[in-house]
Write a protein that binds this ligand. Structure first.
Ligand code: HEM
Length: 370
């Protein structure tokens, strides 16, 4: 991502008072709207060239802005206000367990995650979207957020989805999606024409939409792989940088509801299935790293790397117990994906960088019981 068309603005520059008066805008990403028609024309699978700036002759003044405040407002507009709750991935369940990293991973990362010691984790499974009563059979993303507690008191977060790719190459697509889903107070529903127009103009969402259409949801959180989606920079003791994508692969195997099961699925089954799974014993996932090669996409989370990249087993996540959302230790955790201990760092992916202020804004509102 070149810095001439996407730049992170110093929060100090942003003197606008917040919508709620008590909040500060914690970040702002400015994007050239001309990038979106380019995505529409080039399709989501085009090279990172789609993000290189406005087409010739287009003025950079024609810009739209996605801010953390705007996306959280848009989530509230699409799902209603649920005081004290997450504005996205609202429905969920807290879980606890441990992680043991594979020390051979130190060839790629000096992170304490890979010391081989047993680390406590506090995690949360969730259903995407801001509806606390979402159906567990919804063809949307399932989430897994993990906080690793390191021996030196440090923390590391991995906040993932069960889809290998995301639906937005730039934060503006995220904002536009939830603006398009806004509930009209007159009808109590969103306007399908607006969402159709969003789909027609934002081709970066096509890849994830295709995945969710062709893969039925899982019968249990324990039968899902969870993907970090973004590219991360792994740094070893010598300071060498390796581009890495990661995923957690369930030892219970990946399963999907059949069409018949989907049609008759109750509203809520994921939490019950998880409790029943833990009653039989711990559930485990292998952490698998995919090692990038020169030229692999770093900054567009809608694009997958070519098949055949080297893979490394970097550790095992063992989850042992579940607690309903509001009582769980995860309830008051902000699973900001930029909370990373030494040895793993962010790329310049504008979506990854934008998540941090957005989660902060949602967190600030929910902790104030707004
Ligand atoms: C522009 C991009 C994104 C925005 C604006 C966004 C926004 C949010 C917000 C506001 C929350 C609620 C945070 C809280 O109250 O604690 C959230 C939760 C979550 N998001 Fe995102 N998100 C984005 C991208 C992603 C991506 C790419 C992933 C996966 C790789 C992801 C996975 C999750 C998960 C799993 C949760 C639930 C975390 C929990 O259980 O606390 N999000 N997101």
């Amino acid at each position: 991502m070149s810095t001439d068309q996407t730049r992170l603005v110093d929060p100090a520059e942003d003197s606008k008072p917040s919508r709620r008066g008590v909040l500060v805008t914690v970040g702002r990403v400015v994007l050239a709207s001309a990038a979106l028609p380019a995505l529409a024309a080039g399709g989501h699978a085009a090279s990172s060239g789609v993000l290189t700036g406005p087409p010739k002759g287009e003025s950079t003044e024609k810009q739209t802005e996605a801010t953390a405040e705007k996306v959280v407002d848009a989530l509230e507009g699409a799902y209603g206000l649920h005081p004290g709750q997450r504005r996205n991935h609202t429905k969920g369940v807290g879980v606890r367990g441990v992680f043991v990293g594979n020390p051979e991973t130190s060839a790629y990362s000096r992170s304490a995650l890979f010391s081989g010691e047993t680390l406590e984790v506090v995690a949360r499974f969730s259903v995407a979207g801001g509806n606390p009563d979402a159906s567990d059979a919804e063809k949307s993303s399932r989430g897994l957020a993990v906080e690793f507690r390191l021996p030196n008191g440090g923390l590391h977060h991995m906040t993932m989805l069960h889809t290998p790719m995301f639906f937005a190459a730039v934060p503006q697509t995220f904002l536009d999606k939830f603006v398009a889903l806004a509930i009209d107070p007159a009808t109590g529903k969103s306007d399908p024409a607006k969402f159709k127009a969003f789909l027609a103009t934002h081709h970066d969402n096509a890849s994830q939409t295709a995945f969710l259409t062709s893969n039925n949801p899982p019968p249990s959180y324990a039968n899902c792989a969870y993907f970090g989606i973004h590219t991360f920079r792994f740094l070893n003791k010598r300071g060498n940088v390796t581009l890495v994508k990661f995923r957690f692969v369930p030892q219970d195997g990946e399963k999907q509801l059949t069409n018949a099961e989907l049609a008759s699925a109750p509203q809520d089954f994921l939490e019950k299935a998880l409790m029943e799974r833990f009653a039989k014993g711990p559930a485990r996932w292998d952490l698998v790293l995919t090692i990038g090669e020169p030229g692999d996409e770093q900054n567009n989370p809608t694009i997958l790397w070519p098949k055949g990249r080297k893979e490394v087993k970097a550790g095992t996540l063992t989850l042992v117990s579940a607690t309903p959302s509001a009582e769980a230790g995860s309830y008051k955790i902000n699973y900001d994906p930029l909370v990373m201990a030494d040895g793993i760092a962010a790329t310049d992916d504008p979506v990854l960088l934008f998540r941090s202020p957005s989660y902060g804004t949602s967190y600030t509102r929910r902790l104030q019981n707004l």
